[in-house]
Design a protein around this ligand. Structure first.
Ligand code: IMP
Ligand code: MG
Length: 180
């Protein structure tokens, strides 16, 4: 695709790592049921692939959030646009996210979900942009540490497109930066 400047994680590397994460989660939870909570829309591709490699019994639920304010910088003021359908009280919950950037979205979500009294609450993110963190968050399962660049593909969008691309890439600056 013309928009691709550089592929930073190949399809094969994603699939290998996702399998490892599924195996690690299965080893940790054993026969204990896990309530996977996918943060839409970015977490959807990751959830589907990850769940295939979890041998513990799992259920899915979905949540959608949007942050107020500037679209390119997370403000930390988060609005739930779609809430869970099931109660998580007493359940072992894992939040499935595409990427943690500033951490502001997730820190809001963690507080919110903690107040619903799950038995446990962990985070599984495919990508971790740790250099851009504004609030400290303990992340239990991480696929890849990534640099502080704008990334697209495998769930991550550029103006809602390219979420279906099976690898993760940096787009050419002329596609998304107005100063070039
Ligand atoms: P945070 O509150 O800054 O951690 O925001 C995390 C959310 O911002 C992610 O769930 C993504 O939806 C979005 N995001 C962060 N970095 C990128 C990126 O490089 N490409 C696309 N979306 C991103
Ligand atoms: Mg997201």
């Amino acid at each position: 695709m013309d928009i691709v400047e550089r592929i930073i994680i190949s399809e094969e590397d994603i699939q290998t790592r996702v399998q490892e994460l599924g195996q690690a989660i299965s080893a940790d939870y054993g026969d204990e049921p896990i309530a996977l909570i996918c943060i839409l829309k970015g977490g959807l591709m990751f959830l589907c692939d990850l769940a295939k490699h979890i041998t513990s019994p799992v259920t899915y639920d979905f949540m959608s959030v949007s942050s107020y304010g500037d679209a390119t910088e997370s403000s930390g003021v988060v609005r739930i646009t779609k809430d869970l359908e099931e109660s998580i009280e007493g359940k072992h919950v894992i939040i499935v996210e595409d990427i943690i950037d500033t951490g502001l979205t997730l820190s809001y979500l963690l507080n919110n979900l903690h107040s619903r009294n799950p038995a446990s609450l962990r985070i599984c993110t495919l990508l971790n942009k740790v250099s851009n963190r504004k609030v400290e968050i303990a992340v239990d399962y991480i696929g890849f540490e990534v640099p502080n660049e704008f990334l697209v593909g495998y769930g991550l969008d550029f103006r809602q497109f390219y979420r279906n691309i099976p690898y993760i890439f940096v787009p050419k600056p002329e596609y998304y930066r107005e100063d070039v």
